[in-house]
Design a protein around this ligand. Structure first.
Ligand code: FMN
Length: 298
């Protein structure tokens, strides 16, 4: 009932661990892979990156605010580590970079993974992430170059803050195999006693329930405009959230901040999804995009 097909990959369920939430540790990926349909690694680039100084993550009342700054080991070191992955769920590697050649190089270094996720949307690292998705020509070139060197699926992770319909349509023409939406959205918090921004980087990315309605609307709009599968991400914490994204048109969903509260959340979501699907006598695959049957206005 929970199985889905995503760009030719058969996943045991539609739940995917979102990039970066649990750091770069392989042991955590191995634990999560027991419950997830797929796991996405922390974004990795060619060179090791220190990231920003603490505080880098704040837990506020509607989710998290983070500016980790893409801290990660070098691609070569991380690739060695990833070989210890237990393969209980599909493995997607998330990549960040600054040029099409760099992405092609990274794709070759990680040629053993099941799929690639291009980070075009991190809001707090200059020149990479969000800036890549804002440069249409560069974004298209990245996808084209990656598709020249791999036959594995390449997903682009874009932001609700982009002109996301135009971007997704152009990436689709360039050969992308799916769109992930959304990354965190820019935000900040100020400490009223010290009178200064709390994050060391001043501002960062908002995640968790605060961004769910925004992400859901993006998925709904994208479903009307593109053919490639959509992976919804943003504020998903329970089975009802998952179903909303599926009904809006997502084939799969990524969970991030929810895993901060409980690593078992994927397990309880699956139990509830199974119960729901049994009662409704349906499958996840059958529910994808069903909310569009009832659209009365644009
Ligand atoms: C601490 C933290 C680190 C993150 N690191 C990455 C990252 O390396 N690459 C990436 O594409 N997204 C990263 N994200 C964004 C998440 O993958 C996800 O898109 C976002 O948090 C929204 O989903 P959520 O509301 O379920 O958390 C990070 C988010 C958090 C909170």
């Amino acid at each position: 009932m929970l199985e889905v097909e995503l760009a030719g990959l058969k996943l045991k369920n539609p739940l995917i661990l979102a990039s970066g939430i649990l750091g770069s540790s392989i042991s955590t990926l191995n634990v999560l892979s027991e419950y997830a349909g797929a796991v996405v690694t922390k974004s990795v680039g060619i060179k090791k990156r220190e990231g920003y100084k603490n505080p880098t993550v704040i837990n506020w009342k509607c989710g998290l605010l983070n500016a980790v700054g893409l801290a990660s080991p070098s691609a070569e070191d991380f690739a060695k580590e990833l070989k210890k992955y237990n393969k209980n769920a599909a493995l997607f590697v998330s990549l960040y970079g600054y040029s099409a050649d760099e992405f092609a190089n990274l794709t070759q270094i990680f040629d053993f993974v099941d799929a690639f996720e291009v980070n075009m949307s991190c809001p707090h690292v200059k020149g990479a992430g969000f800036d890549l998705g804002s440069d249409l020509e560069l974004a298209k070139n990245v996808i084209r170059r990656m598709k020249e060197v791999t036959e594995k699926p390449v997903f682009a992770k874009i932001s609700a803050m982009h002109r996301y319909l135009e971007l997704a349509k152009e990436l689709e023409k360039s050969g992308v195999d799916g769109i992930v939406i959304t990354n965190t959205l820019p935000g900040m918090k100020i400490d009223i006693i010290s009178k200064r921004p709390i994050l060391n980087n001043v501002s960062g990315g908002v995640s968790g329930p605060a961004i769910k309605p925004i992400a859901l609307k993006c998925v709904y709009e994208l479903y009307k405009n593109i053919e490639v599968p959509i992976i919804g991400c943003g504020g998903i914490t329970n089975f009802e959230d998952v179903l909303e994204f599926i009904l809006a048109g997502a084939t799969c969903v990524e969970l991030g901040s929810a895993l901060f509260l409980s690593k078992k959340v994927m397990y309880s979501i699956q139990e509830s999804l199974n119960a729901f699907l049994r009662i409704e006598n349906t499958t996840i695959q059958d529910l994808i995009g069903r909310a569009h049957n009832f659209s009365s206005t644009g």
